[in-house]
Design a protein around this ligand. Sequence first.
Ligand SMILES: [Zn+2]
Length: 330
Amino acid sequence: MPFPSVLGHDRVKGLLARALGQGRLPPALLLSGPEGVGKRTLALAVARGLLCEKGPGEPCGQCRTCDRTARAIHPDLIVVIPETATGFLARETIKIEHVRDAVREIAGLPFEARARAIVIDDAHAMTEQAMNALLKSLEEPPATSHLMLVTASPQALLPTIRSRCQTLRFGPLPSALLESHLQERLALSAADARLRAALSGGSLGAALAFEADGYRALRDQALAMLEKAAGAGAVHRLQWSEQLAEAEDPFLALTAVRSLLRDVAAARAGAAGESLLNADVAARVAAVAAGPLGARAVALVDTVEEVRTNLRANASRPMSMDVLIDALAG
Ligand SMILES: [Zn+2]
């Protein structure tokens, strides 16, 4: 399979390898899909393969050009990434001055290599001014220039930019693939790898960044809560709601609650032991499944999802967690 440095996405990788090998790489590509699935890694590999002295094809990894593109010091490989603005409303943006440099590079001929590659990562972070500047350069780029835009939010790009790019869509990585990769790369046990893969939503980045210890601590808190939740009194409810609202990472806390509720629903449907995400606490999960919470577990998974969506839309944390705790208490 081409581009072994990128996990999965065989179809997209095959397409790009063929286009590169035949010298038919489109002048502008848009690589879109969820965070952490390998879009930028693949864009950089394609860019390096375009410049490689033995190419175009996959980067050989041995020539002087490959050595320099790997260290990001080749003049014909230009990578633009957002920078964090400071102050109130700090956010990551790509400003017009950065894009202007890129635009100049797109318009120019290669210094040394046969082609020139410009990769704009998190392209949705471009300001509108920046997008308009980029648009001009897409009108008549020299045949030697190749632009690759990488984004998880293609809808945030100007439609005129999208329409000038050939779009390559990346889906989430399949759980089984993530699992075996994690087992191999991090030497995780099968159970740990399955847990991480299941909680990462198909993102290798999320699976690698996953903090197993932090998760376990939150999970144990959540399990203790689920064991006593049904019919709990006001004092307990308040305490749990505060605990969740004050969690350092409330999304991870919700992930823990959700993974347990999924297991409770699965246990109620007859699943046991190793087939549960939280296999290490299977007996306690089974006990919750047999109790009053068991029958409501499926609906409660949806409630957790709603709370998560609301939090993402900046709903008040304490109020959102109150909603969840009330639903759990029934
Ligand atoms: Zn090379």
